[in-house]
Ligand binder design. Structure first.
Ligand code: R5P
Length: 296
């Protein structure tokens, strides 16, 4: 087995390689003078199982092209099997045509990956909503792992008591309900109305007592941060004490992190996307290794 990455997930890829005691090499991705993609494997991949570890953020559009070129090239060079470890899978939020004429990103992305030479994709907490299962769109072996247990243990060890969990929108029940159940605390999932990709409102449907408690707001994706900010304002109104944000995938686009800072006492993310909010205890390395060891 060989492990490689392009630009987004080198740290995680190297850690996986070290723990598995297999070789890591960097794949060179750059451009010709005219802007065309240039990709070169810096190791012999013939007859190997090649694991490409690459998160889709930042620069999701380029990553998609890079991974397609890499997988096709690997197979062309005689590689036995290509496994794409994709800690953050982009394009999943546009899972239907919301307005006439729009592209359905999730379907196009999965279709391209299905036909790229990739044999298996492993991802963490993909945004499954109207698409309910990975197999609804992936015909290749597609495995989704969750960081819920890692997040629950982190909360449990850091904030010993008086904790409540909030999910900022309906879909976030997948994280809020499971995490709060594992810790043994109450949670509530808010209802979000999305007016545009940058404007949202949230309201409380199920009241719980969070007065003076440490409130942890958990979501899969923090993009602009606006959802988290609205949830924090609501938690404050409900009487929350300390307010903590935990996102699985911290994209923090358009100054999302600095906007969020004044609404949260602490902000953490899982290391599916490299960011200063990553915490050493919120690490998906071991669950990815466990899946890679299955070799199927
Ligand atoms: C979508 O429903 C996701 O779960 C997140 O709530 C959303 O992506 C967050 O986006 P933003 O940070 O831009 O509000």
């Amino acid at each position: 087995m060989l492990i490689t990455s392009f630009n987004n997930s080198e740290k995680l890829a190297k850690k996986i390689a070290k723990k598995l005691n297999v070789k890591f090499f960097k794949t060179k991705v750059s451009s010709f003078p005219d802007g065309d993609l240039y990709l070169k494997f810096e190791a012999e991949v013939k007859k190997e199982i090649l694991v490409i570890v690459e998160s889709f953020q930042p620069n999701s559009n380029s990553v998609l092209l890079n991974i397609l070129f890499a997988a096709k090239t690997a197979k062309d060079l005689g590689c036995k099997k290509v496994i794409f470890v994709c800690p953050y899978l982009a394009f999943m939020r546009q899972d239907k045509r919301f307005n006439p004429g729009e592209a359905i990103n999730a379907k196009i992305m999965s279709d391209l990956l299905n036909n790229s030479g990739i044999d298996k994709i492993i991802t963490i907490d993909p945004h499954l909503h109207r698409i309910e299962k990975m197999n609804d769109v992936f015909t290749i072996n597609a495995v989704n792992l969750t960081s819920n247990h890692i997040i629950a243990q982190f909360i449990k060890s850091k904030y010993k008591k008086n904790v409540a969990v909030i999910g900022p929108d309906w879909e976030s029940y997948q994280w809020a309900d499971e995490i709060s159940a594992e810790i043994g605390v109450e949670d509530t999932v808010l209802e979000k109305t999305r007016h545009s990709s940058r404007t949202v409102d949230v309201e409380v449907k199920k009241q719980i007592n969070i007065k003076g408690k440490t409130v942890v707001i958990v979501d899969d994706i923090i993009s602009t941060g606006n959802t988290m900010i609205k949830a924090s304002i609501t938690a404050k109104k409900m009487g929350a004490g300390k307010i903590v944000a935990i996102g699985v995938h911290g994209l923090f686009v358009e100054n999302g992190f600095s906007k969020m800072e004044k609404y949260f006492d602490e902000i953490y993310t899982v290391n599916t996307i490299e960011h200063k909010t990553n915490n050493s205890k919120l690490d998906v390395c071991d669950i990815l290794i466990e899946e890679l060891k299955k070799r199927k």
